[in-house]
Design a protein around this ligand. Structure first.
Ligand code: ASP
Ligand code: MG
Length: 419
C-alpha cells in the first residue's frame, strides 16, 4: 500500500479537492490510503466553538454557520445535484455539533475539545471521498475513530499500536482505495481523541507502519522540503534527500514541514517518506529515508513564531541549582509547556517556550509562587542548522530586540522580541 496525505491547506477549496483527484489519476489510485485533514482553517474554527461553548457564549452559532458556509461553498462547486447524499452527511455532522453545544458542557475541557474538533476531519473526508467516487476513483470512506485506537490523554492521545494494527489490517485490503481522516482516533470508551495539532502526518505514518506500506507521500503546495519556508525566507532551494534523524531534528526545531512524531514509526520499518507538490505530482520532491543527512548540504533556516520568554529569578538571590530546575521543569511538564531554548545564569534562568495561551497562563501562576517572573510575549525563534557562520546569521536580516542567543557546532538559535 501507499499512504497519501493531504493537509488542510491542500483541500481548502474545490480546486484543492479536484487536485487530490488529479494526483491520484496521475500516480495511480489503487492500493492507496488517502489521509485528509479538516478543510482550510476548520480546526481553528472548531476550537473557537469549543471555547465559546465552555464560556456559555452563544457565539458558537455564528462560527458554526461560517463552517457550514465554507463547506457548502466547496460542495456546491463539486456536486451539482442538490440531492447528493454528501449534503446530508455534512448536515448530520453539523447537527451533532449543534446538539453538543445546546447542552451544557459536562466533560473536562480536553475531552470536550476532542469531541467537537474531530468533526472537522469527518466533514473534509466525506467531501473528498464523495468527489473521488463521483469522478470514477472508487474508494471506501473509513472512520478513523473506529481504527486508530488511543489512550484517553485527550488532545495529545498516544497510540495503542497492537489494537490499531489489528483493526486497520482487518479493514484495509490490498488493491483497494480508501479515504480516512488524519489527526483523530478514539479511546477504549469510544470517545473521540486527537493526536495533537497538525497530527494528520502522524496518522499517515501510523497507517504506514501497521500496514507495512511501501511509502508515504505528503502532498504540499511547495516542491518538497526547502531549506527554509518560502513565505518567510528568500531564494530557498529544494532538498532532495534528508535522513530520518535529520528530519526529526528539523521537526524538533520547528520546521513546519512534517509533524515531529511522523518520522519514528517510518524509520523503524525503513519506509520512505516523500514530500511532493500536488501541482507537479510526477516531480521527485524530497525523499526522507536512511542515508546522507542532507542532500544538497545547505544551511536550513527555521522560524518559529508565537513564542514567549519566561525569565525566572530567585527572590533572595540564591543560586539556581538543580533542585530549582527540576521544580521548574516539573511545572512545565504538568501544564504541557514546550521549552525550545534555555539559558542559565547564577540567579536566573530564561526559557523560550511555545506561547500556548492555556498552558502558559497556568504555568506562570504556579511559577509566581516560587520565583520573580519576567514574561515577554511576541517572541520569534530563529534556528539555523548546519551552518553557524556569520553569513548565515546575516541572511536572517534580524530586526527587533535579541533576547537569547545560543550556538553549537551545528545550530544557531536566536530569540527575538518583535514588540
Ligand atoms: N486539522 C488538524 C489541525 O489543523 C490536523 C492537521 O491539519 O494535520 O491541526
Ligand atoms: Mg490543519
Amino acid at each position: 500500500m501507499r499512504i497519501f496525505k493531504f493537509g488542510g491547506a491542500s483541500v481548502k477549496d474545490a480546486e484543492g479537492v479536484r487536485n487530490v483527484y488529479e494526483v491520484l489519476r496521475q500516480c495511480g489510485e489503487s492500493n492507496t490510503v488517502v489521509v485528509v485533514s479538516a478543510m482550510g482553517k476548520t480546526t481553528n474554527a472548531l476550537e473557537r466553538i469549543v471555547q465559546f461553548h465552555l464560556e456559555g457564549s452563544l457565539q458558537w452559532k455564528a462560527v458554526l454557520e461560517e463552517i457550514r458556509a465554507q463547506h457548502y461553498g466547496i460542495m456546491e462547486e463539486l456536486f451539482l445535484q442538490k440531492e447528493h447524499t454528501v449534503y446530508q452527511e455534512i448536515e448530520h455532522v453539523l447537527a451533532q455539533i449543534r446538539l453538543i453545544c445546546q447542552t451544557p458542557p459536562t466533560s473536562e475541557y480536553n475531552m470536550h475539545y476532542d469531541r467537537i474538533v474531530s468533526y472537522g476531519e469527518i466533514m473534509g473526508t466525506r467531501i473528498v471521498s464523495a468527489f473521488l467516487n463521483d469522478s470514477g476513483l472508487k474508494n471506501t470512506w473509513l472512520d478513523a475513530r473506529k481504527l486508530i485506537k488511543t489512550d484517553s490523554n485527550h488532545r495529545f492521545a498516544r497510540i495503542n499500536w497492537s489494537f490499531t494494527e489489528i483493526l486497520v489490517q482487518q479493514s484495509i485490503r490490498a488493491g483497494q482505495s480508501y479515504v480516512i481522516q488524519g489527526f483523530i482516533g478514539s479511546d477504549d470508551n469510544l470517545h473521540a481523541t486527537t493526536l495533537g495539532r497538525e497530527g494528520s502526518d502522524y496518522t499517515a505514518s501510523i497507517l504506514a507502519y501497521v500496514l507495512n506500506a511501501k511509502e508515504v507521500c505528503i502532498w504540499k503546495d511547495v516542491p518538497g522540503v526547502l531549506n527554509g519556508d518560502p513565505k518567510v525566507f528568500p531564494n530557498v532551494k529544494l532538498i532532495n534527500h534528508i535522513s530520518y534523524r535529520e528530519a526529526i531534528e528539523l521537526a524538533y526545531f520547528g520546521a513546519s514541514v512534517i509533524h515531529p512524531k511522523t518520522i519514528q514509526p517510518l524509520q523503524r520499518k525503513n519506509i520512505p517518506l516523500y514530500v511532493k507538490s500536488f501541482l507537479n505530482p510526477l516531480q521527485p520532491g524530497t525523499r526522507i529515508s536512511e542515508g546522507a543527512d542532507l542532500e544538497p548540504e545547505l544551511p536550513i533556516f527555521i522560524r518559529k513564531t508565537d513564542q514567549a520568554i519566561i525569565k525566572l529569578s530567585t527572590r533572595d538571590l540564591a543560586f539556581i541549582v538543580e533542585e530549582n530546575l527540576s521544580a521548574i521543569y516539573n511545572i512545565f511538564h504538568r501544564f504541557g509547556v514546550r521549552v525550545n531554548l534555555m539559558q542559565n545564569s547564577a540567579v536566573s534562568s530564561s526559557f523560550c517556550i511555545n506561547n500556548d495561551p492555556i498552558s502558559t497562563v497556568k504555568a506562570l501562576d504556579e511559577l509566581k509562587h516560587q520565583f520573580d517572573v519576567d514574561y515577554t510575549s511576541g517572541v520569534t525563534l530563529f534556528t539555523i542548522r548546519h551552518d553557524n557562520g556569520d553569513e548565515a546569521r546575516a541572511y536572517l536580516n534580524l530586526s527587533g530586540d535579541i533576547k537569547m542567543e545560543q550556538r553549537t557546532p551545528s545550530t544557531i538559535q536566536i530569540a527575538v522580541s518583535m514588540e
